[in-house]
Design a protein around this ligand. Sequence first.
Ligand SMILES: Nc1ncnc2c1ncn2[C@@H]1O[C@H](COP(=O)(O)OP(=O)(O)OP(=O)(O)O)[C@@H](O)[C@H]1O
Ligand SMILES: [Mg+2]
Length: 396
Amino acid sequence: MLTEKSDGILEEREGLNLAKVQCEQIFNAVSDLIIIVDNNLTIMNVNRAMAERCGMTPKELEGRKCFEVMHGTESPPESCPHTKLLLSGECQNAEFTVEKLHGVFDVRMSPVFNSEGQLITCIHIARDITEKKRQEGLLAIQQKQLEEINSNLETRINDAVTELRKKDDILIQQSRLTAMGEMISAIAHQWRQPLNNIGLIVQSLQLAFKANDLTVQELNEDVADTMNILRQISETIDDFSNFFSYEEESSPFVVNDLVSRALSFVESALKKRGIRVELDVQDDITATGYPNEYVQALLNIILNARDVLLNNRTSPLITIRIFEENGRAIVTVRDNGGGISEANLPKIFDPYFTTKNQSTGAGIGLYMAKMVFEKKMHGSLTARNVDGGAEFRIEM
Ligand SMILES: Nc1ncnc2c1ncn2[C@@H]1O[C@H](COP(=O)(O)OP(=O)(O)OP(=O)(O)O)[C@@H](O)[C@H]1O
Ligand SMILES: [Mg+2]
């Protein structure tokens, strides 16, 4: 009976010893740094990782004050949550930069109570988060740099867009000047005949007066004729100046009228150079947009055809068609000037692309026309080669 009892005690002891050894093995195998301290922060035990990190043996650390070993101070640092733990009896967490251990640590402090519920020791487990912190720091710097690049990029893009707008404005202005030049020669042409007529009337008046042959009725008729001619001249000026007035809002218009208007500006110049214009039109095709800009853009297309036809001596011809297709107002301007080379075709709408010499072409006519039809009026302008020449197609 007695032997059985002592056998049991022996077994129990062996079991306890085994558990203690296993506990110690685990304690020393953990890579986190562990210190067990009493209520006065005196070190009672440390695991292998902690001893190695301090460059001392566990025995050398035992009995020393935790704050002295960790922080090299004579009292715990203000941020040490141990005091809080003593008061509350609850687990505490804190992040510490421990200069003596060259790192940043996430420290968890857990209280240990005896069977009477009294707090007797405290286990500090410190996890090295130096690398994690360094990465977080790097990430924050990169984030900041990225934000700076982003905001710079936005300003740079805004600057570039403003710059481009300015350039576009200048281009449109230049292209208007080209149209204006055409118009001035058209005005000169349209005025030549009426001015001749006025000259003839004045001369005949003078002759009749000299010959004492001038009746009041004749005088009145001549004055009325002259006034009529002057009114026509004045209307021509109105037409041209309206053409350059700024249109604030888009409005509906009859496409046929705009084509006639564009042709009226260049008709005489084309005729003089033997260029025929053929019209193939459906009546009263309508669209909505900015009529003056439409005419200016169309004029650029017609003038390009004229330019290419100046070198084409055999029956130069411009054919303009106006028709409706799928509810869209279509105008095509076709010439028989030989067309555009396949290499140049994709570039003709680029600003400053020209095959003409510097004095005759700036390479902005088609760029401006494309902007007007597509950006401003949400239509389209395309070009293709057809039999013997080029064809431009405006869709609105
Ligand atoms: N009808 C056409 N036939 C053949 N090539 C053309 C025709 N229209 C335009 N092109 C080509 O497209 C280029 C660009 O035309 P665009 O009107 O933009 O500029 P440009 O006529 O050269 O100069 P600008 O119009 O500024 O005075 C022309 O230089 C020419 O090579
Ligand atoms: Mg041009």
